[in-house]
Ligand binder design. Structure first.
Ligand SMILES: C[S@@+](CC[C@H](N)C(=O)[O-])C[C@H]1O[C@@H](n2cnc3c(N)ncnc32)[C@H](O)[C@@H]1O
Length: 315
């Protein structure tokens, strides 16, 4: 196949999404075709010069410890961030106020081993919306109760509530502002949705998981570093029917490839999720769980790739 010229304008199409998700074009077309057609997925591949500048930027910032490190001390930062979204929601009364401010449209993105420049500044969020729509159609339909752990502003829950009618939604987060956001949108839109204060580092076993439930996380386990055992033990005890994690899974990076190596360097500098997929694979060997699907989509933001997934169930 002909290599695309670096300056050529390309567009993500149904085939690209199918390859990224690990499914058929027919399925992507059926579940997400209408949404894809409304969005702008045009991009160009960054030239070598830009690529080298980004590599240097990562190395320098890691060497000078300029990236914020996640962990227990970050709670006030999340409270502050979601407090701003809550203020926006009160003044605008618009679901757009739920968009986290860290989705920036002004930087290159990662796609299949290249840095790319998107034509639309909502490219990353749009990719995420298509990816999540595919996940909802494929995996969420059969469950009555959806639990989003580390739900943040409720951006995903609001999306789900609009697309999966008749279900109950629970959004857990350690930031009380998240519960304020969920209470506001639940009342305004009449959704069966509840926010519950919950610390993933110290799971509250009093929180029951109802029968026929799906547990979802999106870039929240990311924040736990190596401290994910308490939460996975909680899940094993509570036995939800299905778990869907959209997280940065460090196991997928290839240490022998510079593009991946630097994403992993960034991942470690930020103390992001470490060893989660390995632990799940260990549980699978012990026949405690079954991993139904797991994949790296190949898409990400400037520094790393949060669009990887693992779907598993407890045996
Ligand atoms: C990157 S945001 C993702 C938010 C949301 N899932 C999304 O995709 O928009 C990480 C979220 O995890 C939450 N979080 C981080 N550590 C947590 C902990 N120990 N317990 C509960 N929530 C936590 C933060 O408050 C924040 O809402």
């Amino acid at each position: 196949m002909k290599e695309p010229l670096k300056t050529e304008t390309l567009t993500l199409n149904i085939k690209d999404f199918a390859e990224a998700f690990g499914t058929s074009e027919d399925e992507v077309s059926l579940f997400c075709g209408n949404l894809i057609r409304t969005l702008d997925f045009k991009y160009t591949i960054c030239p070598q010069e830009t690529r080298e500048k980004i590599f240097l930027d990562v190395i320098t910032k890691c060497d000078h410890a300029l990236f914020p490190v996640s962990g227990k001390h970050r709670k006030p930062d999340w409270r502050k961030g979601w407090g701003e979204n809550l203020k926006d929601l009160f003044s605008s009364e618009d679901l757009g106020a739920l968009i986290p401010k860290y989705w920036r449209g002004d930087r290159p993105l990662r796609y299949k081993g290249e840095y790319i420049l998107a034509s639309s500044d909502s490219f990353e969020r749009d990719f995420g919306d298509v990816f999540k729509l595919w996940l909802y159609h494929k995996y969420f339909k059969d469950y009555d109760n959806i639990y989003d752990f580390g739900c943040g502003t409720g951006y995903d829950l609001a999306n789900m509530a609009g697309k999966l009618p008749g279900k109950r939604f629970f959004g857990m987060d350690w930031a009380p502002e998240s519960q304020g956001l969920l209470a506001t949108i639940a009342e305004k839109y009449g959704w069966q949705m509840k926010g519950i204060n919950f610390d993933l580092f110290r799971p509250d076993y009093k929180l029951e998981i109802l029968p026929n439930s799906l547990v979802y996380t999106s870039s929240s386990l990311e924040q736990l570093g190596v401290d994910h055992n308490s939460f996975t033990n909680y899940l094993l005890a509570k036995q939800p029917s299905l778990c869907v994690n959209m997280e940065c899974l460090s196991e997928y990076y290839d240490k022998n490839n510079l593009f991946d190596f630097l994403a992993l360097k960034y991942h470690k500098a930020r103390n992001y999720l470490d060893g989660f997929l390995t632990r799940l694979r260990g549980f699978e060997k012990e026949e405690k769980i079954k991993i139904i699907a797991t994949k790296r989509t190949g898409f990400g933001s400037l520094y790393h790739e949060a669009y990887m997934y693992v779907i598993w169930k407890i045996l």
